[in-house]
Each structure stands twice: as structure tokens, then as C-alpha cells.
Design a protein. Structure first.
Length: 368
């Protein structure tokens, strides 16, 4: 058993363990389910037990590893690490803890590891935060750092009442116009993928219209397969009108968290407000499943008034409308993706290549 301990205020012990240990993780992105899923697409899932000098029990840590070029690799920690409450609430202590953990983790990784990328899970007061050295801001965020959380603790009437009036109207309009929403479980999708095929056709249309990148359909089939295998509640919702499927979403319900993962819609019959009906049904189902909040998973860092040219400004309006003036939830900001250098020169080259890809991607979005 290998251990790493550093003298100082925040010593840490890190030990390799079985992937199943990550089933206790708070975020699905740190779970054994997610590790098994990503392992089917070129990543190696590594699990660790992390012990801090606190009374709390050991925390799970999922690390994903893959090659990024000839002779070099990248380690990625999605939505991690989890920290004891005494650390996560104090900014300088969580930064010290993150640096200490990164140094400990490096000793367990292949010698050709260029960098360790972290998507830190803690919330910030605003979107533009700084993590001190040795961390460096990544050129691209892997997970969306800014999001909208809908509070599912109140009763349905209160949740609906906290939304903007236009959102309540659109939900009612979709029902009045005959939008029908059906839910397909992970087990059902795994057994017969015809409904997923419907969603994927809509998703391809959405990708072209909004200039977004999507995976091939095997990626989403595998997601449902792994969810069924790990007994994770991933659901596909489809909205139809007079027998025509016009919109769909994919959600995940796990413990207290409900997450809206993917959404698609047709350019046809957009006036029927099917996406509103889908989100409302998913929120109601998440509440029934025992979830405390519904994560709409990704918005621009600032409102359209401050970023009018942002290609996803409409997404900000759509998602924040479900919490109104934030009485029905809150807008949250996380630090985004930060890199810990293991091989600084290689990391610099890789970061430069990412910046070029980001510029090309942003240019395509502006041209739409």
C-alpha cells in the first residue's frame, strides 16, 4: 500500500482502491458508474481512497487517464476532489488541499503524465475565480462551471410558482396543445434502442442548428447500458404531438442530485413549447425519486445583458426562467477546469493546441 503524507497543516493519505469504492461519491461524475462508462471510450478509470487529517471517513476519488500524444498522457479528475466541510468552506485551505492532493496523485500516475486536470466541485461567489499556483487555468472547460439548480424540496405548486410567469404559461400551453411526454428507463433503452434512435435524430438536427459537437450514437447507447448495469436512474424523455416526436431530453437521478444531461428539439412545431413540458415532467419525476435539486447543467457565466454576443445567451434565459428571481433555486459558479503541471513543457504545448481548437470552435459558432 502506497501512502503520501506531507508535513504541514493539511496532510493527506492517498491509497489505490477498487472502483466500486466510488459508489459513495457525491457527484455522479466521481462515481464508479461514470468511471466504467468512460473506460469504454479510451479512458482508464483509477480509484483512490483519500484521507485528510479530519474526523471524517475516507473520501473516494475517481481519476480518468488517457494518452494525449506520442509518449504522454493526461489525468482528469471530474468534479473532484471531495473535501471535508472544514476545508471546503475556507478558500485558502481548499487551495492548499487541492495542491497537496495533486502532488500526492502524481506519484501514482505513469511517469509520462503531462498534467492533471481538475474540475473542482466547490461553489464560488462569481464565475471568474483564480486558483493559485501551481495550478494553471485550462484552455477549455470540460464540465460547465456555471449552472442553474432548481430547488425540488418545496411542493410542486411552490416550484411552479417560483418560475417566471412566462415559463408557467409555456408549461400550461404545451399541455393545452396536446404535447404528450413519455419516459423510457435505462433498462428499456438497453433492451430496445428505437426510442434512442428517435432522440439521436433530433439531437443531430439540434447540433447542426446550434453548432454544437455531439458524440456518435454508440456513446449514448453505452451510457444507458452502463446505467442499467450499475442501477443508475438515467431516463430518456420524448415529447410528441399528434404522433410526431419533436423534442427529447436525457436526465440522471442519483441520490440527491438530478441532472439534465442532453437535450434535443426539432425545428418543427417550436410554438408548442415541448422543451418546457419535458423539463417540468423531469423535475416532477426527480422530486418523486427523492432528489433535492435539479441541475440544468450549463449556462454562460453572465446574463445576456452583460454578454449579449455569447452564442448561448438564449440558453441562459431559458434555464434561469425555471427559478425566476432565484426564489426557486440558484445560479451557481464553480472554478472550471484547472491544470496541475507534471511535465510543464509538454503541458504548455498541449494547452496551446487546445487554445487553437477553442478559437476554431468559437468562430464556427459566431458564423451560425
Amino acid at each position: 500500500m502506497r501512502k503520501y503524507t506531507k508535513t504541514g497543516k493539511l496532510p493527506v493519505e492517498l491509497n489505490p482502491t477498487e472502483l466500486s469504492f466510488c459508489c459513495r461519491a457525491e457527484s455522479f461524475l466521481q462515481s464508479d458508474f461514470w468511471g466504467s462508462f468512460k473506460a469504454r471510450f479510451g479512458w482508464k478509470a483509477l480509484a483512490f481512497s483519500v484521507e485528510w487529517k479530519t474526523p471524517e471517513a475516507a473520501f473516494p476519488l475517481l481519476v480518468l487517464y488517457r494518452r494525449i500524444g506520442p509518449g504522454f498522457g493526461l489525468a482528469y479528475v471530474p468534479c473532484g476532489p471531495e473535501l471535508p466541510a472544514s476545508m471546503v468552506c475556507i478558500e485558502h485551505e481548499r487551495h492548499k488541499a487541492a495542491a497537496e492532493l495533486a502532488a500526492a496523485l502524481e506519484s501514482f500516475l505513469p511517469k509520462n503524465t503531462a498534467l492533471i486536470r481538475f474540475d473542482f466541485p466547490w461553489f464560488m461567489d462569481e464565475s471568474n475565480c483564480t486558483i493559485p499556483k501551481p495550478f494553471k487555468r485550462a484552455a477549455l472547460d470540460v464540465q460547465p462551471p456555471d449552472s442553474v439548480l432548481v430547488d425540488l424540496v418545496p411542493d410542486e405548486a411552490a416550484i411552479l410558482g417560483s418560475m417566471k410567469s412566462k415559463w408557467r404559461y409555456n408549461i400550461g400551453l404545451a399541455e393545452k396543445k396536446g404535447i404528450a411526454v413519455r419516459c423510457i428507463t435505462a433498462n428499456a433503452v438497453s433492451a430496445d434502442t428505437k426510442e434512442l434512435d428517435v432522440f439521436y435524430r433530433l439531437y443531430q438536427e439540434t447540433a447542426v442548428r446550434d453548432c454544437i459537437a455531439i458524440h456518435n450514437i454508440e456513446y449514448y447507447k453505452t451510457l444507458f447500458e452502463e446505467a442499467a448495469k450499475h442501477d443508475i436512474d438515467v431516463r430518456l424523455y420524448l415529447a410528441s404531438h399528434e404522433g410526431e416526436d419533436i423534442a427529447g431530453i436525457v436526465t440522471l437521478f442519483r441520490n440527491k442530485e438530478a441532472v439534465y444531461l442532453y437535450g434535443a428539439s426539432s425545428g418543427h412545431k417550436r410554438n408548442l413549447m415541448a422543451p418546457y413540458a419535458l423539463q417540468w415532467q423531469a423535475m416532477r419525476d426527480a422530486k418523486t425519486a427523492g432528489c433535492s435539486y435539479y441541475d440544468l447543467y450549463g449556462i454562460p457565466p453572465k446574463p445576456p445583458e452583460e454578454m449579449p454576443d455569447h452564442p448561448m445567451a438564449g440558453l441562459y434565459r431559458f434555464k434561469t426562467g425555471f427559478i425566476g428571481d432565484e426564489t426557486g433555486g440558484r445560479i451557481i459558479h464553480r472554478p472550471g477546469s484547472w491544470d496541475y503541471p507534471c511535465r510543464p513543457l509538454v503541458m504548455s504545448v498541449y494547452s496551446a493546441a487546445e487554445k487553437i481548437r477553442k478559437k476554431i470552435r468559437d468562430m464556427k459558432k459566431r458564423k451560425r
